[in-house]
Design a protein. Structure first.
Length: 327
């Protein structure tokens, strides 16, 4: 059965664009020929939307998962990383004939008598966590983990990734590395920034003046990079927290008239579909975000089936993909 990923690959566009076109998003600004091409591919591949797919599958009434997303659904439009996580969850539930209910931050919790388990995607607030604990003690975090937690988690090893990026630039002889990132909570650095700063200071290549933090969007990346480049001195290389941020950073560097990677090189995180089509193509750390979603489903089912008491923490592998923004 065809998926959004299959359509996006054949059409040469992102999964987010395919999803918005197939859901008739009125705010999407896209060429009519692109819209027609995607609809033709969807028809050729016999794609069925999630509601249609669910109507064809007989779900086990005793198996139902609730997925709580700690953000608004609009975030999936700006960052395909989160769309891929949801796609992984939905695909695995369909494969295993498990019912799934998606619930986003701005939506009220559905009234449920019983669930097999709960997936919480992203860092939950206290209210979301408490509501989940009332419904089930079989909870798995995705894209978030906390040391000593009693719950399972599927995450990426951002500490290792941050160190890998620092080591790469140091091996190239870079003496000064900057950071442009976002924050999940106002005024608080996320784990990749903290690991980058700590390890970079040990290596003697990172200082506080080269740390820039805003939102996780391209517009924020553009604004932060513009401010950074207005300084008298700048770092030789940048670690950017996500590809979405990096797209804005690239625009600011081009407007400044600097050459990439000769004047300034950069590495970001996620490897979203558009990373290969920026100018120059982004060097980035590839995250298997779909696998994060599917493995979360697997952990819930395995724990419910076997009665496992000990929590498991799973780190999905990542890989540095070198392209045109590095030497």
């Amino acid at each position: 059965m065809a998926t959004l990923k299959d359509i996006a690959k054949e059409a040469g566009v992102s999964q987010a664009t395919v999803s918005r076109i197939l859901n008739d998003d009125p705010t999407l600004n896209v060429k009519e020929e692109t819209r027609h091409r995607i609809l033709e591919i969807a028809e050729k591949l016999e794609y069925r939307g999630s509601s249609a797919r669910k109507s064809l599958i007989h779900f086990d009434p005793c198996q139902q998962i609730l997925a709580l997303y700690s953000y608004r659904q609009e975030l999936e439009i700006n960052d395909p990383y989160y769309l891929a996580i949801r796609h992984g969850i939905e695909t695995q539930c369909e494969k295993l004939n498990i019912g799934l209910i998606n619930c986003y931050q701005n939506q009220g919790l559905p009234e449920l008598a019983k669930v097999s388990g709960i997936l919480i995607v992203g860092k939950p607030d206290a209210q979301t966590r408490q509501a989940a604990q009332v419904l089930s003690d079989n909870i798995c975090f995705i894209d978030f983990h906390e040391p000593g937690s009693e719950y399972d988690s599927v995450d990426i090893d951002l500490v290792r990734i941050s160190k890998e990026v620092v080591d790469f630039f140091v091996a190239q002889g870079v003496k000064r590395i900057g950071f442009i990132g976002g924050e999940d909570e106002p005024g608080k650095a996320d784990i990749r920034e903290m690991a980058f700063v700590e390890y970079g200071r040990l290596k003697g290549v990172v200082s506080e003046k080269d740390i820039w933090r805003g939102g996780f969007s391209s517009s924020s990346g553009y604004e932060l990079a513009t401010k950074m480049l207005a300084q008298d001195e700048r770092p030789q290389a940048l670690f950017v927290a996500s590809d979405s941020i990096a797209i804005g950073v690239l625009r600011a560097i081009h407007e400044k008239g600097l050459a990439i990677p000769q004047d300034l090189s950069l590495i970001s995180v996620n490897d979203i579909p558009t990373a290969r089509f920026t100018f120059p193509p982004l060097s980035t750390v590839r995250i298997h975000s779909e696998m994060m979603g599917s493995q979360g489903v697997n952990l819930l089912l395995e724990k419910a089936r076997d009665g496992r008491a000990l929590p498991l923490q799973v780190f999905v592998p990542s890989r540095l993909k070198l392209r045109g923004t590095t030497r």
